[in-house]
Design a protein around this ligand. Sequence first.
Ligand code: ADP
Ligand code: MG
Length: 299
Amino acid sequence: MARSKQPLPTTVTTASGVAAAPTGDIAQLVEDLDAMLTRLRLGAIREQLDGLLEEAARRQLNLREALAWLCAAEVASKEQRRLAMAMTIAHFPFVRTLEGFEFEAQPSIDPAKIRDLATCRWVANGDNVVLLGPPGVGKTHLEVALGREAVSRGYTVQFTTAMELLGSLVKGQQQGNLEMRLAQYSKPKLLIVDELGYLPLEPQAGHLFFQLISRRYEQGSVLISSNRPVEEWDEVFGDQVVASAILDRLLHHSHVVTIRGDSYRLREKRRSGLFRPQTGGSPLSGIGGAAPPTPAKEA
Ligand code: ADP
Ligand code: MG
């Protein structure tokens, strides 16, 4: 093309001043470009530049299209890094997804309800989700899967267990840094509290949990799972007044999903012939283990 043969201007005037234009020294150009991409923190473009430019040429992109193509690569890379970082910060105990959840194995769960929760509208609204059911029915799996959905939609998420959370608050009270710990657990938009009710709590744990729930009330969401029905939470917290104050706030704007059924782990073992169910239902079934499947309950 005739235009490309015209000599390049030696300077470029920009809104913020005058920049030197390339001199035609290719080696110098490559070096300068690399340094500028580093300075602008465009690491993905810098690392993939040759491949991206080759692809842009192969697709015969014009300059504007090529620039958009390079920017898209940088944005995609930054988004991937943000996601990876947010997943790490969330501290999920393992990777589980909704795609990996077999709804046929747990007929008491309404798939439409879970799909609706996966949109994370409840997180946007600061609502809570309570997952109830005996061990092994997929509570933690669903918590992680819903937590990952929230992370991918840009919400800050922290996963913890009831033991870890309440242990930390009790320690905070003893060491005089409770305020800092309450602030830390109030920060994420979604706090996931796994396994409430499995192990006995310290006597003051209920009061401390109430303080946290009050702080988060209508601000940030709590996703909590328990093997004990909410009617038994006064036993869990060892205090009826505190338990009902916690439930009052937790359930005010909430979705309660009650899972009834057999442990998925035992189901797998049964399939492979390692475990035989006792007649009358599994002793581990806890909440409604032997009961027929019923649809998820809404509070
Ligand atoms: P809970 O928290 O209710 O005790 P988990 O979520 O830890 O149960 O489930 C135990 C194991 O079984 C996990 O590895 C989980 O991924 C798997 N699991 C449970 N339910 C299902 C399901 N319906 N489909 C696929 N995997 C499941
Ligand atoms: Mg669990």
